[in-house]
Design a protein around this ligand. Structure first.
Ligand SMILES: [Zn+2]
Ligand SMILES: [Zn+2]
Length: 190
Protein backbone atom coordinates (compact mmCIF):
# COMPACT_ATOMS: atom_id res chain seq x y z
CA UNK A 1 0.00 0.00 0.00
CA UNK A 2 1.19 3.48 -0.82
CA UNK A 3 1.75 5.83 2.13
CA UNK A 4 -0.31 8.88 1.48
CA UNK A 5 1.04 12.29 2.48
CA UNK A 6 -0.28 13.91 5.64
CA UNK A 7 -2.42 16.89 4.73
CA UNK A 8 -2.30 20.24 6.49
CA UNK A 9 -5.75 21.59 5.83
CA UNK A 10 -9.29 20.29 5.87
CA UNK A 11 -12.56 22.14 5.40
CA UNK A 12 -15.04 22.36 8.28
CA UNK A 13 -17.44 20.09 6.49
CA UNK A 14 -16.04 16.92 4.99
CA UNK A 15 -17.85 15.54 1.97
CA UNK A 16 -17.87 11.76 2.19
CA UNK A 17 -18.23 11.61 -1.58
CA UNK A 18 -14.70 12.99 -1.92
CA UNK A 19 -13.23 10.07 -0.01
CA UNK A 20 -12.50 6.64 -1.41
CA UNK A 21 -13.89 3.70 0.58
CA UNK A 22 -11.45 2.02 2.98
CA UNK A 23 -8.70 4.52 2.25
CA UNK A 24 -7.26 6.39 5.22
CA UNK A 25 -6.50 10.09 4.91
CA UNK A 26 -4.41 11.70 7.61
CA UNK A 27 -4.27 15.33 8.64
CA UNK A 28 -1.93 17.25 10.89
CA UNK A 29 -3.54 20.61 11.63
CA UNK A 30 -2.41 23.71 13.44
CA UNK A 31 -3.29 27.40 13.36
CA UNK A 32 -2.64 27.53 9.64
CA UNK A 33 -6.00 25.77 9.26
CA UNK A 34 -8.65 28.51 9.62
CA UNK A 35 -11.18 26.70 11.81
CA UNK A 36 -8.47 25.28 14.08
CA UNK A 37 -7.21 28.83 14.57
CA UNK A 38 -10.80 29.83 15.43
CA UNK A 39 -10.89 27.11 18.10
CA UNK A 40 -7.69 28.46 19.61
CA UNK A 41 -9.03 32.02 19.57
CA UNK A 42 -12.19 30.84 21.27
CA UNK A 43 -10.13 29.22 24.05
CA UNK A 44 -8.41 32.56 24.63
CA UNK A 45 -11.41 34.81 24.06
CA UNK A 46 -11.22 36.13 27.66
CA UNK A 47 -7.50 36.83 27.37
CA UNK A 48 -5.83 40.16 26.71
CA UNK A 49 -2.85 39.18 24.59
CA UNK A 50 -1.24 42.58 25.21
CA UNK A 51 -0.73 41.71 28.87
CA UNK A 52 2.91 41.26 29.88
CA UNK A 53 2.20 37.83 31.41
CA UNK A 54 0.80 36.55 28.14
CA UNK A 55 2.77 33.80 26.42
CA UNK A 56 1.60 32.57 23.08
CA UNK A 57 0.51 28.96 23.02
CA UNK A 58 -0.23 26.43 20.34
CA UNK A 59 -2.81 23.99 19.08
CA UNK A 60 -2.39 20.81 17.14
CA UNK A 61 -5.03 18.45 15.85
CA UNK A 62 -4.35 15.11 14.22
CA UNK A 63 -7.14 13.41 12.33
CA UNK A 64 -7.35 10.15 10.48
CA UNK A 65 -10.41 9.66 8.28
CA UNK A 66 -11.70 6.48 6.73
CA UNK A 67 -14.90 6.17 4.74
CA UNK A 68 -16.63 2.81 5.01
CA UNK A 69 -19.72 1.24 3.58
CA UNK A 70 -21.91 -1.67 4.48
CA UNK A 71 -24.33 -2.77 7.14
CA UNK A 72 -25.63 -1.52 9.40
CA UNK A 73 -24.44 2.05 8.94
CA UNK A 74 -24.51 2.33 5.16
CA UNK A 75 -22.11 5.06 4.04
CA UNK A 76 -20.15 6.13 7.14
CA UNK A 77 -16.96 7.89 8.13
CA UNK A 78 -14.63 6.75 10.90
CA UNK A 79 -12.54 9.48 12.49
CA UNK A 80 -9.72 8.88 14.93
CA UNK A 81 -8.33 12.07 16.37
CA UNK A 82 -6.13 13.79 18.88
CA UNK A 83 -6.19 17.37 20.00
CA UNK A 84 -3.43 19.02 21.97
CA UNK A 85 -3.24 22.63 23.01
CA UNK A 86 -1.44 24.97 25.39
CA UNK A 87 -3.23 28.23 25.96
CA UNK A 88 -3.85 30.84 28.62
CA UNK A 89 -7.01 31.63 30.55
CA UNK A 90 -7.71 34.07 33.36
CA UNK A 91 -8.04 32.70 36.91
CA UNK A 92 -11.75 32.78 37.75
CA UNK A 93 -11.05 34.43 41.12
CA UNK A 94 -8.27 36.98 40.52
CA UNK A 95 -8.06 37.15 36.69
CA UNK A 96 -4.31 36.41 36.65
CA UNK A 97 -3.43 34.56 33.45
CA UNK A 98 -2.83 30.87 33.96
CA UNK A 99 -1.37 28.16 31.74
CA UNK A 100 -3.90 25.62 30.54
CA UNK A 101 -3.54 22.49 28.49
CA UNK A 102 -5.66 19.86 26.83
CA UNK A 103 -4.45 16.55 25.50
CA UNK A 104 -7.45 14.54 24.35
CA UNK A 105 -8.14 11.63 22.04
CA UNK A 106 -11.42 10.72 20.41
CA UNK A 107 -12.91 8.18 18.03
CA UNK A 108 -16.12 9.01 16.30
CA UNK A 109 -18.25 7.53 13.56
CA UNK A 110 -20.47 9.65 11.32
CA UNK A 111 -23.47 7.67 10.14
CA UNK A 112 -26.32 8.87 7.91
CA UNK A 113 -28.63 11.34 9.59
CA UNK A 114 -31.81 9.46 8.68
CA UNK A 115 -30.73 6.60 10.97
CA UNK A 116 -31.05 8.88 14.00
CA UNK A 117 -34.76 8.15 14.28
CA UNK A 118 -34.47 4.41 13.86
CA UNK A 119 -35.26 2.57 17.11
CA UNK A 120 -31.91 0.81 16.81
CA UNK A 121 -29.95 4.07 17.10
CA UNK A 122 -32.29 6.27 19.11
CA UNK A 123 -30.74 5.55 22.50
CA UNK A 124 -27.26 4.88 21.21
CA UNK A 125 -24.22 7.08 21.92
CA UNK A 126 -21.45 4.68 20.95
CA UNK A 127 -21.01 1.93 18.46
CA UNK A 128 -18.54 -0.87 18.17
CA UNK A 129 -16.82 -1.41 14.83
CA UNK A 130 -13.33 -2.45 13.70
CA UNK A 131 -12.96 -3.85 17.23
CA UNK A 132 -13.08 -0.37 18.72
CA UNK A 133 -15.61 1.94 20.25
CA UNK A 134 -16.68 5.07 18.41
CA UNK A 135 -18.92 7.92 19.55
CA UNK A 136 -21.86 8.36 17.27
CA UNK A 137 -22.25 11.44 15.08
CA UNK A 138 -24.45 12.00 12.06
CA UNK A 139 -23.62 13.24 8.61
CA UNK A 140 -26.19 15.18 6.63
CA UNK A 141 -26.46 13.71 3.13
CA UNK A 142 -22.76 12.92 3.05
CA UNK A 143 -21.64 16.13 4.77
CA UNK A 144 -19.82 15.48 8.05
CA UNK A 145 -19.29 18.52 10.27
CA UNK A 146 -15.75 17.75 11.39
CA UNK A 147 -15.10 21.20 12.89
CA UNK A 148 -18.17 21.00 15.14
CA UNK A 149 -17.18 17.52 16.29
CA UNK A 150 -13.61 18.60 17.13
CA UNK A 151 -15.02 21.68 18.88
CA UNK A 152 -17.19 19.46 21.06
CA UNK A 153 -14.36 17.09 21.90
CA UNK A 154 -12.03 19.96 22.74
CA UNK A 155 -14.44 21.93 24.93
CA UNK A 156 -15.58 18.87 26.89
CA UNK A 157 -11.94 18.50 27.97
CA UNK A 158 -11.04 22.03 29.01
CA UNK A 159 -10.85 23.25 32.60
CA UNK A 160 -14.01 25.32 32.94
CA UNK A 161 -12.98 26.99 36.21
CA UNK A 162 -9.28 27.76 35.90
CA UNK A 163 -7.47 28.82 39.07
CA UNK A 164 -3.95 30.28 39.11
CA UNK A 165 -3.56 28.52 42.47
CA UNK A 166 -6.10 26.33 44.25
CA UNK A 167 -5.83 28.64 47.29
CA UNK A 168 -6.31 31.83 45.30
CA UNK A 169 -7.88 34.48 47.54
CA UNK A 170 -9.45 36.39 44.69
CA UNK A 171 -10.20 40.08 44.47
CA UNK A 172 -11.99 42.22 47.07
CA UNK A 173 -15.56 42.68 45.89
CA UNK A 174 -15.55 46.25 47.27
CA UNK A 175 -12.35 47.74 45.91
CA UNK A 176 -10.91 45.12 43.59
CA UNK A 177 -7.69 44.70 45.59
CA UNK A 178 -5.87 41.47 44.69
CA UNK A 179 -6.01 39.72 48.06
CA UNK A 180 -3.18 37.40 47.11
CA UNK A 181 -0.92 40.44 47.19
CA UNK A 182 -2.31 42.48 50.07
CA UNK A 183 -5.34 42.63 52.36
CA UNK A 184 -7.51 45.74 52.12
CA UNK A 185 -9.60 47.53 54.78
CA UNK A 186 -12.78 45.78 53.69
CA UNK A 187 -11.31 42.42 54.62
CA UNK A 188 -9.94 43.63 57.97
CA UNK A 189 -13.40 44.81 59.05
CA UNK A 190 -14.90 41.39 58.61
ZN1 LIG B 1 -6.21 33.57 41.11
ZN1 LIG C 1 -11.35 46.06 49.47
Amino acid sequence: MIEKPILEDISKIVKLGHHIFDETTRYELDQSCAWVKDLFNELEEEVDREESEYKSGNINCQLSLKRKSGKPFADHLLVRGKIQTNYMAPCIRCLKLTDQEVDAEFQVCFIPHHLENEPEFEELDDIFTENEEFSLYYHEKGNADIAEMVHENLFMNIEHFPLHDENCLGLCSECGQDLNVETCKHQKNQ
